[in-house]
Design a protein around this ligand. Structure first.
Ligand code: SR1
Ligand code: MG
Length: 389
């Protein structure tokens, strides 16, 4: 029977599963700070060994019990972590155990690392972040795509990772609600005129509708599905991607776009003199992604591998997608239901300025995505700093 764990019940579960020595002295703390789940850290105080028990709640924690949510997402998450581990074991936490009924995943404790969003807010740069995320996205995308995987096997994975309820959250919260006067939206009263302008912007809505359609229909690669900087643990040496409960087969540019957007949102929250590391990370992620993907492509059995223009087309399409998806993510994190601490923690005047900037930037990314290059982000951030600039 499913029941939400408490700190004591999480200890009892760890004992029942035999995850610690018999003489372990266990402590437990609920440390979840995300929107959806409970996260317990269990420590053996005698040895300092520790594990994480993550449990899905049958509703969205960020809203409350009025928003029911499938427990199946816990199974999707553990299966996605195991699938990613078969390609990039060094970039995901080890999964020790999972249980579909209890909706739990027991995994490696990554407390020696820091959530990348928090570190970036503190001004850290995480020098290897983009190299690691570029490789993570390239390898998981390539090996789960029709370029790197047997077509029959891929079709099975598409079925396994059909994730309609979590995809619906993204379809609504990223691609729809922020562009209309919807009650899930959440923004400061001072922004109403800026937001209403966006709601009346038919060119923006037309382009966003195209991006939403891509998200709904393009079953290209197995995506993480929610690759923001709060889904990444890091330090100066290591990077681990967590929380793939939104995993599904979708457009190849989606994870890159979400990652780029969250780096941009951090850049907007910083003084302009301190933004360069974020632009460098975006460019480097793209460069590592394309270099790694191209190596795998050349070594593969892909019949068109010798035709370099085929891969060039894949990359240009992916970049256009990524830039457009980044624009949607920037807008929804500014006025939609789920924000980012990078900007929300700013004092009011600074926050309003950053949010107006984000709305202008998001619009440009979406509408002009076909004409932008990966080294245009810095210029675009500067150009959209003020109205009519
Ligand atoms: C109701 S869930 C809100 C957001 O939290 C998750 O991390 C996803 O980004 C989702 O859109
Ligand atoms: Mg999450």
């Amino acid at each position: 029977m499913y029941e939400p764990l408490t700190e004591q019940k999480a200890i009892a579960l760890a004992v029942r599963l035999g995850l610690f020595d018999d003489d372990a002295l266990l402590s437990s703390q609920e440390i979840g700070d995300g929107n959806l789940n409970l996260v317990f850290r269990i420590v053996n105080e005698r040895t300092n060994d520790s594990i994480i028990i993550k449990q899905a709640l049958p509703y969205a924690k960020v809203v409350g019990e009025s928003w029911p949510l499938t427990l199946k997402r816990a199974t999707i998450e553990s299966q996605a972590l195991r699938t990613f581990a078969s390609y990039v074991p060094h970039y995901v936490p080890k999964v020790y155990y999972s249980d579909e009924i209890l909706a739990i995943t027991v995994m490696e404790d990554l407390s020696h690392l820091q959530i990348a969003r928090r570190g970036l807010i503190e001004g850290k740069t995480f020098p290897k972040l983009s190299e690691h995320i570029g490789e993570f996205v390239a390898k998981t995308a390539f090996y789960t795509s029709d370029f790197g995987m047997n077509q029959q096997q891929k079709k099975k994975l598409v079925q396994q990772f059909t994730n309609p309820e979590l995809c619906k959250i993204t379809e609504d919260l990223v691609f729809t609600d922020p562009f209309f006067d919807h009650d899930t939206n959440n923004f400061e009263a001072e922004l109403r005129a800026d937001v209403e302008q966006l709601w009346h912007d038919d060119e923006l809505k037309r382009e966003t509708a195209k991006l939403k359609r891509l998200f709904l229909t393009k079953a290209d690669v197995l995506l993480h599905g929610d690759l923001h900087t709060g889904s990444i643990f890091a330090n100066d040496e290591e990077t681990k991607v967590i929380d793939p409960e939104f995993a599904f087969y979708g457009p190849i540019g989606f994870d890159l776009g979400q990652f780029f957007a969250n780096l941009l949102l951090n850049a907007l929250a910083r003084d302009e003199r301190n933004r360069q590391p974020l632009f460098t990370h975006i460019e480097n992620t793209w460069n590592v992604f394309t270099r790694t993907f191209a190596e795998l492509w050349r070594e593969s059995n892909e019949p068109y591998a010798s035709v370099s223009s085929v891969l060039a087309d894949v990359f240009s399409e992916t970049l256009v997608e990524a830039i457009g998806f980044a624009g949607c993510e920037v807008i929804r994190r500014t006025i939609g239901l789920a924000h980012v601490a990078d900007i929300d923690e700013l004092p009011l005047e600074q926050r309003l300025e950053a949010k107006r900037h984000a709305l202008r930037l998001g619009r440009e990314l979406i509408v002009h995505r076909h004409n932008l290059r990966v080294d245009d982000f810095k210029r675009l951030v500067e150009q959209t700093a003020h109205v009519n600039s």
